[in-house]
Write a protein of this length. Sequence first.
Length: 250
Amino acid sequence: MLVGLGKVGTRVLVRLRSTQHRIVVVERDPGARGVAVARELGVPLILEDATDPRVLGLARIRQSASMLVLTSDDSANLDIVMTAREVNTGVRAVMRLYDDDFAATVSLTLRASYPDALTRSRSVSALASPAFAAAMMGRHVLGVMPVERGVLLFTAVDVAGHPALEGFSIHQAFARNEWRVLAVGAAGSAAVRFSSSDTLGGLHLPNRPDFDWRPSHGRVLRAGDRVVLATTRSGLDILMRGAMPAPGRT
C-alpha cells in the first residue's frame, strides 16, 4: 500500500511499478501530480483520506504485507501508520517525516510497541541536506545512500593541497567513521555518477576506466589525483573545511 502521490510518492510509485509487487495507492487530492501517473500505470487508486480507518479497509490493509506513507503531513503520516498497526500489527511500515529528531523518536516508539513488526521512519530533509550543503561548497556529490538513521555520501575531491589526503597512502587516508577512499583518478577526470543500478561492498561499481576502483592500500595520494570517497555527514563536513578528523583515525 502506498499513501500519498506528491513528488516523492509519485517517484516511489514508478519505481515500485517496475517490480513484481501488487500495489494499491491512496490519495485524497484528485489533483495530486501522481494521480494521472497511477491511472496510466493501471495501479488501483482510492481517492479518499487514508486517516479514515474505513479507507484503509478498502485498501485491504489486513492483507497488506507492507505500506509506505509518504504525504507531506507528518502528523497525518503517523496517524495512518498507527491506525494500520491496530488492524495489521505485522505490516511493514515506512513513513516520511520532516523532522529528523521526531522521526527517530517515532521509530523507537513504534519498534518498542510492536517488536515483531518492521518499522522505519525517514526524514527527507535530513537525507537531502548533506548533498545540498556539499553542492553549495563546490564539492561533487555523486550519490546519497540512507543507512539506518544516517546517510552515506559519495563525493569526488581533488587531493591537491588537502591536509587529510595529499601525501597519505590509501590506508593512511582512511578515517574511521568519517570517510574511505573508493577510487583514484586524475584531477581532471569528469565527475562519476552513481545510478540506481550501482552497488557497493564488493559488488558492481560505475564502469569508469579513468578511475582505479581497486587501488592498492599502499598507493600514495598525490596533488594530481582526484579521489572518490564514501563519507558520513561529519566526514563530509571535515573534508569541506579541509580539516583533519578528530582522534581515532587509523
